[in-house]
Design a protein. Structure first.
Length: 479
C-alpha cells in the first residue's frame, strides 16, 4: 500500500493497544495507539511488539532492516526514503535498495500475516516529517540516511518522543552531535548509534585486558582505515555535467539542509561520503568503529588539542588520505595520551614486536595500543585483541569477564526501548565520541593545530574553525 502522505492511519479508533495486539480488533479499519495514550511516554511493555519506522532505505538501511526482521517483537510499520529504487551494483552494498526493494523485502517477510489484527502492511513515505506526523503508533525510528540528514531526522524523532537508532557518525557536525545528545537525554528515549563493533565480545575483552594492566599504562594509540580513497571519484571540484534526476527520486529532499546544487551520480546514491556538504570522510565513517576501543578502554573525554595533515584539502571533497593527532589529558590514574588516526591507506610504523611475516591485525582497519609493558593490536570494528609478540599473548593469564555481554547491537536497543538498561552505544557514550572524531575534520579544514575547549565546543586559538564546528542550514531546515 503506497502512502502519498494523505493517509492518517490513526483516525477514529478507541481500541486499546493491548486488545489490538490480542486480536480483539480484527476489523478492516484500525490503528495502533501511541504509547502516551496507554500510560508512560515512550513505554513499550515487554510483551508487546516495537513498532519501527526506518528513515533511509539505501544500502545500510536495507542491511539494518534485515537485522530488525530477525526479532519477533519488531514490526516495521513504515519505510521512508527520497529514492524509490537505486542501483548499488557498482558499490559496496551491491544489489538494489530504496523504498521499492525494501518494501518488497519487508512484505515478503510478513507474508501470511496480512489478514490478522497483529499486522498491518508496511507503508512507504518520501518525507520523514510525514512519517512522524501521520504514523502515531510508531515507538521507535531507525535512521540510515546520508550524514547531513542524521541530526534533523533524529531531532524530529526525539521531539516526538520516539526511541532512536542512528547510523554513525551520530551527526554531520560537532554542534549537531551535542544538540542531539542533549535532546535525547532530556526526552529519556532509548538510543543507539550504529557502531556495531561496540556490541562485540572482542571489544569487551580489549577493555578487560587493558584494565587488568596487560600492557601497563598506555600513552599512545594508533587507529586507521583504508576506506574512502575513491568516494568522490578522485574529484576536488564539483562535476560540471547536469544529468537529469533519476525517476522516483526527490532531489530537493535528498539535499535537505545543504545548499542547492544539480544532481549527479558523484553524490548519490553512494559517494556522498566524499563530499563535505553531505559526508564526513573516512574519519567520520570509520573512526566511530576503529577508535571506539580506545574511547571505552581508556575512558577518553575531550582532547586538549588536535592537529592534522592531509592530501588535497579543498572546500568540496574530503581528503584521499589524512593523519590526525589528538592529545588527551590524564584521566584519573590513566596518564596523558596521544592518539593518531590514519586514513586512505596510511598506516602507523610497524611495531618492533610484530613477528616477521605477520601483519598488523585487520590489515586496512585496526587499532594499536602502546603500553609501558607491551602492545595490543586489534582488527577494525572492535575486533579481536592480541598482545604482541605471540609468546607474550600465550603467557598472559586472561582476567575475569567483568563487562556485561551484549545480546546483539539491535537487540540491546530493542531491550532498552522496552525499559531495559541503556544500550552500551547509547548517545551519552557515542555522542561525546562522535564529537572527538569530527573534531579531526575541523582541524584538517581549518589547517591549524587547535587548542580545544570541549565543554564550550570552542577552538580557543582559531577563528577559522568556527564555521566547521557549527554548520549553516539552508532551504528552511533547522534542528
Amino acid at each position: 500500500m503506497k502512502n502519498n502522505d494523505k493517509t492518517d492511519r490513526s483516525k477514529n479508533n478507541k481500541i486499546s493497544r493491548r486488545n489490538f495486539l490480542g486480536g480483539a480488533a480484527a476489523t478492516a479499519a484500525f490503528t495502533v495507539l501511541p504509547r502516551y495514550v496507554l500510560g508512560g511516554a515512550g513505554h513499550v511493555a515487554p510483551s508487546e511488539k516495537i513498532n519501527i519506522a526506518v528513515i533511509g532505505a539505501g544500502g545500510q538501511g536495507k542491511h539494518n532492516i534485515k537485522g530488525l526482521l530477525q526479532h519477533d517483537d519488531v514490526q516495521v510499520m513504515a519505510v521512508c526514503d527520497v529514492t524509490e529504487q537505486a542501483d548499488y551494483s557498482r558499490f559496496y552494498y551491491r544489489g538494489t535498495a530504496g523504498r521499492k526493494p525494501v518494501l518488497e523485502l519487508i512484505r515478503k517477510h510478513y507474508t501470511g500475516r496480512k489478514a490478522t489484527a497483529k499486522y498491518r502492511e508496511c507503508v512507504e513515505y518520501v518525507d520523514f516529517r510525514r512519517v512522524l506526523e501521520k504514523e502515531k503508533g510508531i515507538d521507535a525510528v531507525l535512521i540510515a540516511t546520508p550524514d547531513h540528514i542524521h541530526a534533523i531526522a533524529a531531532m524530529a524523532a526525539i521531539n516526538n518522543k520516539k526511541h532512536v537508532y542512528c547510523e554513525k557518525p551520530l551527526a554531520h557536525s560537532i554542534y549537531e552531535t551535542r544538540k542531539v545528545t542533549e535532546a535525547a537525554r532530556r526526552a529519556g528515549v532509548a538510543t543507539q548509534m550504529g557502531n556495531q563493533g561496540h556490541s562485540s565480545e572482542t571489544i569487551r575483552l580489549t577493555c578487560e585486558w587493558i584494565w587488568d594492566g596487560a600492557i601497563g599504562d598506555i600513552r599512545e594509540v594508533h587507529a586507521w582505515s583504508n576506506a574512502g580513497i575513491g568516494w568522490a571519484g578522485y574529484r576536488v571540484a564539483r562535476p560540471e555535467e547536469t544529468p537529469p534526476v533519476p525517476a522516483g527520486m526527490d532531489w530537493d529532499l535528498w539535499l535537505g539542509p545543504a545548499k542547492k546544487r544539480p544532481y549527479h551520480i558523484a553524490y548519490a546514491p553512494y559517494n556522498w561520503r566524499g563530499w563535505w556538504d553531505f559526508g564526513t570522510g573516512a574519519i567520520g565513517d570509520m573512526a566511530c568503529h576503529n577508535m571506539d576501543p580506545a574511547f571505552w578502554a581508556l575512558k577518553l573525554g575531550h582532547p586538549i588539542s588536535v592537529e592534522g595533515s592531509a592530501t588535497n584539502i579543498n572546500p568540496e571533497t574530503t581528503p584521499f588520505g589524512s593523519v590526525v593527532h589528538y592529545q588527551f589529558p590524564a584521566r584519573g590514574s590513566m596518564p596523558p595520551l596521544k592518539m593518531t588516526w590514519y586514513s586512505g591507506g596510511l598506516m602507523p610504523p610497524r611495531p618492533e614486536e610484530l613477528e616477521l611475516g605477520r601483519r598488523l591485525a585487520g590489515g586496512g582497519n585496526g587499532i594499536l595500543f602502546v603500553g609501558d609493558k607491551g602492545k595490543i593490536m586489534c582488527s577494525g570494528w572492535g575486533g579481536s585483541p592480541r598482545i604482541i609478540p605471540e609468546n607474550k599473548m600465550k603467557a598472559y593469564k586472561l582476567p575475569p569477564k567483568t563487562i556485561t555481554r551484549s545480546r546483539g547491537h539491535h537487540r540491546d536497543w530493542l531491550d532498552a526501548c522496552k525499559g531495559g538498561p541503556p544500550a552500551s552505544a547509547n548517545f551519552d557514550y557515542t555522542g561525546p565520541m562522535t564529537e572527538v572524531v569530527l573534531l579531526g575534520n575541523v582541524a584538517l579544514r581549518a589547517g591549524e593545530k587547535l587548542a580545544w575547549d570541549g565543554k564550550n565546543m570552542k577552538a580557543t586559538n582559531s577563528a577559522k574553525a568556527e564555521k566547521f564546528i557549527r554548520p549553516e542550514y539552508h532551504n528552511g531546515w533547522m534542528i
